[in-house]
Design a protein around this ligand. Structure first.
Ligand code: ATP
Ligand code: MG
Length: 338
């Protein structure tokens, strides 16, 4: 069996490009991104705010049209699927958003919320309540939750309800857009454990979107690191987190929140030594590396020539499919925090 989900050279541009002398002024929010996810696998998609993570999620779900490239679900192209076709793909492809407060209708019982996708997907009515009950049980909520309202649940419980709503259709792929970012740390761990269990029990393919590699590392087998809509690095989670090959991944690793205060201080020092902040990106000239304006390794070539994703220097000793887009990837390796 092939991948459950494939994204090929996806490009998404918001609005109409403003043109001066025939050149597009707006840069795409997502620029030539490719990855795939196998059944039972989790792919972490990370990058700072505005890097295009949610836009990729929306394009996969058909909520934002792709300007170029393809999205394939079990090998069939759904990029330009009609609303009617989307109704069919929506059985297989579900989403969980970041904020369980705004994503659940406060005026509807949990039962109504959970059965809504079944109504839209025209599942026979006698199956609705049993399937809602089954989904609640799968996320560890009591059966009587079905007749209660969102306000009667905590943030973590609401996120379980949002997960149950995704599960009720028995999907094979779930896009999780920062599903634990709004939760406190101990609740985050519980929800991550739940997602791992559900994935393993049901062979779900998960696209896990997050700001930092720390959260992604818990669940994902592979990671894609995004910066200003472009993939900077992609590969097995151990390689990307332990031996990052791109200066931006190094900055992201150094910035990842870690529990130990000493470790935190060490990483902050490493980040400062690299001269890399995590905010304040300025636009780069078209064609160059998008990270050039913030990169400590920048040279002239970085400002003018876009770098293709290239097998990482250490990849001979490790898993396949580890790629880095950096003119100085060899040097970057020497800059990893000790
Ligand atoms: P965050 O971590 O803050 O959620 P993100 O990585 O999900 O960020 P996106 O929301 O995908 O980033 O945004 C990517 C880029 O596209 C940003 O520059 C953003 O301003 C722009 N953008 C997002 N949504 C729209 C929209 N509806 N119209 C125009 N531009 C948009
Ligand atoms: Mg987002």
């Amino acid at each position: 069996a092939g991948p459950a989900l494939e994204v090929r050279d996806l490009t998404v541009r918001y609005g109409r490009p403003v043109r001066f002398g025939g050149t597009a002024k707006t840069s795409p929010a997502v620029d030539g991104v490719s990855f795939d996810i196998a059944p039972g696998e989790t792919l972490g998609l990370v990058g700072e705010s505005g890097s295009g993570k949610s836009t990729i999620g929306k394009a996969i779900l058909g909520l934002q049209p792709a300007s170029a490239g393809q999205v394939l679900l079990h090998g069939s192209d759904i990029t330009r699927a009609s609303l009617r076709q989307r109704r069919v793909t929506a059985i297989d492809l579900r989403v969980v958003f970041q904020d369980p407060y705004s994503s659940l209708n406060p005026a509807q019982t949990i039962g109504k919320t959970l059965t809504e996708p079944l109504r839209v997907l025209r599942v026979p009515k006698d199956q609705h309540r049993p399937r809602a009950a089954e989904a609640l049980a799968a996320v560890g909520l009591p059966a009587d939750a079905i007749d209660r309202y969102p306000a009667q649940f905590s943030g973590g419980q609401r996120q379980r309800i949002a997960i149950a709503r995704a599960l009720v259709c028995d999907p094979q792929v779930i896009v999780l857009d920062e599903p634990v970012s709004s939760l406190d740390v101990s609740t985050q761990a519980q929800v991550l454990n739940l997602l791992a269990d559900l994935r393993d029990a049901r062979g779900l393919a998960l696209l896990f979107i997050a700001h930092d590699l720390g959260v992604v590392r818990f669940l994902a087998q592979r990671a894609v690191v995004l910066y200003r809509g472009q993939v900077m690095e992609s590969g097995p989670i151990e390689e990307v987190t332990q031996r990052p090959g791109h200066p931006y991944t190094i900055a992201l690793t150094a910035a990842a929140p870690v529990p130990q205060p000493a470790e935190q201080a060490r990483r902050r020092a490493a980040r400062e030594a690299l001269g890399i902040g995590t905010a304040g990106a300025t636009p780069t000239a078209a064609g160059g590396c998008p990270f050039a304006t913030r990169c400590p390794l920048v040279t002239d070539v970085c400002r003018t020539e876009r770098v293709p994703l290239t097998p990482a220097v250490d990849s001979a000793t490790s898993g396949a499919g580890w790629v880095v887009a950096c003119h100085h990837a060899g040097q970057a390796a020497g800059m990893r925090p000790a």
